[in-house]
Design a protein around this ligand. Structure first.
Ligand SMILES: Nc1ncnc2c1ncn2[C@@H]1O[C@H](COP(=O)(O)OP(=O)(O)O)[C@@H](O)[C@H]1O
Ligand SMILES: [Mg+2]
Length: 242
């Protein structure tokens, strides 16, 4: 593959820039259905009129699948925080404002968050006792019908020079309780920074009017669900939150 430049390398994935496009190339371990699901979620968000990269194509070549989307010119909130720590509060505020806007949308065709969480808890590397406790806890939590990106993190939020906010990386999107989406963001930020995670949570509660306890209830369930398929370091961190 011959693209202009690599913009991100992750385990099993490389993202290239090619003119005005980005090409996210997956290694052979990803199933067709995972790739199509990510692209379909992104297409649904795009068709709802949300600020997401426009989906251009899904391709398979030499056993490697790729998703091509429009390139969003700007900086991720993660990059802003790393390069200019004094702008952390501003970047988090832009993230929370965008997250609340996205959560106000209803995309009924997305996978139900609670069913997905139940399947993942069944596959998590936890004791059977914990699995039972978490499954019972999940049953008591609200279904909800908000658009939940479920990976609404600084590295998936791009802020353009004009201040517009775009959201990338739609593999985990589902419909459910917005508090679960906030719990997922909290855990992702906490993996990098405890202080950042606390700032995020206070800001989210303040702006959404939600009670902290309603987000906290989701934390163990979300931690177990998102631990599946993560690196050992992130999995251990997540499982320490259940
Ligand atoms: N459409 C895009 N426009 C601009 N940058 C992008 C785009 N897609 C991906 N990126 C960059 O590549 C990084 C990884 O892409 P992402 O889709 O989030 O992959 P991953 O699933 O590995 O997190 C992002 O954090 C961002 O810096
Ligand atoms: Mg990402």
């Amino acid at each position: 593959m011959n693209f202009d430049k690599i913009i991100a390398v992750r385990t099993g994935k490389t993202v290239y820039k090619d003119g005005g496009r980005t090409v996210k190339v997956f290694d052979g371990d990803y199933s067709k259905s995972d790739i199509l699901n990510e692209a379909l979620n992104q297409a649904r968000a795009e068709e709802a009129g949300l600020n997401v990269p426009s989906l251009i194509s899904v391709d398979g070549e030499n056993g490697r699948w790729s998703i091509t989307s429009s390139y969003i010119n700007g900086k991720t909130a993660a990059r802003i925080i790393t390069e200019t720590p004094e702008r952390t509060a501003l970047a988090l505020e832009a993230l929370v404002n965008a997250q609340l806007l996205f959560q106000s949308y209803k995309l009924p065709l997305l996978t139900a968050l609670k069913s997905k969480a139940a399947r993942r808890i069944a596959a998590a590397e936890i004791s059977d006792k914990k699995r039972k406790e978490l499954s019972e806890l999940l049953d008591t939590l609200p279904d909800g019908d908000s658009l939940c990106h479920c990976d609404f993190t600084p590295s998936n939020v791009v802020i353009t020079d004009g201040g517009e906010v775009y959201v990338l990386d739609w593999s985990h999107a589902s419909r459910g309780d917005a508090a679960a989406d906030a719990a997922a963001t909290y855990l992702r930020i906490k993996f990098e920074s405890e202080e950042g995670a606390q700032s995020y949570l206070s800001l989210y509660c303040e702006k959404s009017g939600k009670r902290l306890c309603d987000i906290e209830k989701w934390i163990p369930v979300v931690a177990a669900a998102v631990s599946v398929g993560k690196s050992a370091a992130e999995r251990n961190f997540l499982l320490s939150n259940i």
